[in-house]
Design a binder for this molecule. Structure first.
Ligand SMILES: *Cc1c(COP(=O)(O)O)cnc(C)c1O
Length: 397
């Protein structure tokens, strides 16, 4: 059975070139970057080489890049670090209702245990934040605003530079979770005007457990992890040299082929959507039709549940997702779709397809075929699906 992987927003396979860049550090180049001897200096060279590659991708100074253990850690470090360092300035932070849980749960924690006041901005039906609402939400006590560059479930890209500009005018720190955007969209921290930006290796064909945080020069942050003086006292612990080497290689490769991949993935995504729209009634597309991650397509199939479709696809070797990776296995509808105003029963029938560099037109066409059969079969069994003498009612919308 052919395996078709359409879940690249959850994670990506490690590229061969990335693995090659990592392997020496699991072998002969095992030195500790803090050691003075030549083995240590070799490891240090690898870490600093990767820092330069990330700085090039972000258009920043290498000293502004801090290596972390994940995108989640980068988000935690940015938000908690900024709050702890600026507690004297105020007690209010702002984010959106559609953030990744790495941001949302960090906000909820700070609210619950540190008496920090939180504001969660809404979004419109496409998943866009309203800059005017941000303006109205900022007050004299606001320390930090955190808005993701692109959403992992529906792909919507935020007007980040505009939102960051509002924060700059109000002297409020601006963080962006760019874990889904980095390597896929332009992520020039100067053009975006961000103070803090999170990224992760395993979303761009790098290894899991390796991330980074851009920290603009002069931004005061408390470290979350205390210990040695690694990362200029910003993140203690012996560096994950292989993981950092992998992240640097992945970032460099992604930057080199970004424009090509944007074209490739946009074409595949539109082919997938057109196939679905043409062959399956009662479907709707979630997310912004244009300002969206090139490879992300979120679709609601009315009258049935996403999990059922996912299992049918899986039996045919196709991997997709019912939204954000849900560890609880509960049928909680997506908080992102809920914030966009998608009714619960429709949100429950939603799937996320996230395409990657190795996907082909043939795979997309096969997926449409399998999907049409699965949806038709599940709807036949669904007590709520409307029926007419000639099958299902309703037009795609
Ligand atoms: C995957 C993801 C994260 C978490 O990154 P990890 O490296 O898996 O911890 C955070 N935010 C977004 C938007 C993501 O897609």
């Amino acid at each position: 059975m052919e395996h078709i992987y359409l879940d690249h927003n959850a994670t990506t396979p490690v590229r061969t070139e990335v693995l090659q860049a990592m392997l020496p550090f699991y072998g002969p180049e095992f030195g500790n970057p803090s050691s003075i001897h030549s083995l240590g200096r070799e490891a240090r060279r690898a870490v600093e080489g990767s820092r330069e590659k990330l700085a090039a991708a972000l258009n920043c100074d290498p000293a502004e890049v801090v290596f972390t253990g994940s995108g989640t850690e980068s988000d935690n470090q940015a938000i908690k670090g900024a709050v702890f360092a600026n507690r004297a300035k105020g007690d209010h932070i702002i984010t959106t209702k559609i953030e990744h849980h790495a941001v949302l749960h960090t906000f909820e924690y700070l609210q619950k245990y540190f008496n920090i006041r939180t504001t969660f901005l809404g979004v419109d039906r496409y998943g866009l934040v309203d800059p005017e609402e941000l303006k109205r939400s900022i007050n004299g006590q606001t320390i930090l605003v955190s808005v993701m560059q692109a959403n992992n479930e529906v792909g919507t890209i935020q007007p980040l530079a505009e939102l960051a500009g509002i924060c700059r005018e109000n002297k409020v720190l601006f963080h962006s979770d760019a874990v889904q955007a980095f390597g896929k969209l332009e992520t020039d921290v100067n053009e975006l005007g961000v103070d803090l930006l999170s990224l992760s290796a395993h979303k761009i064909y790098g290894p899991k457990g390796s991330g980074a945080l851009y920290v603009k020069k002069g931004t005061r942050l408390h470290p979350l992890i205390h210990g040695g003086g690694h990362e200029k006292n910003r993140r203690a612990g012996t560096e994950n040299v292989a993981g950092i080497a992998g992240l640097g290689a992945a970032a460099e490769l992604a930057a080199g082929e970004r424009l090509f991949q944007q074209g490739h993935l946009t074409a595949l995504r539109e082919r997938l959507w057109q196939g679905i729209e043409k062959n399956i009634p009662s479907v709707r597309r979630n997310g912004h039709p244009r300002n969206s991650l090139p490879g992300t397509l979120n679709v609601s199939f009315e009258y049935i549940e996403g999990e059922g479709i996912l299992l049918s696809l899986d039996m045919k070797g196709i991997a997709a997702s019912s939204g954000s990776a849900c560890t609880s296995g509960s049928l909680e509808p997506s908080h992102v779709l809920a914030a966009m105003g998608v009714p619960t029963e429709i949100a429950q029938g939603s799937l996320r397809f996230s395409l990657g560099r190795d996907n082909t037109e043939e795979q997309v066409d096969y997926t449409v075929k399998v999907l049409a059969q699965a949806v038709a079969r599940l709807r036949e069994m669904s007590p709520i699906a409307p029926r007419t003498s000639c099958g299902l009612e309703g037009k795609s919308s």
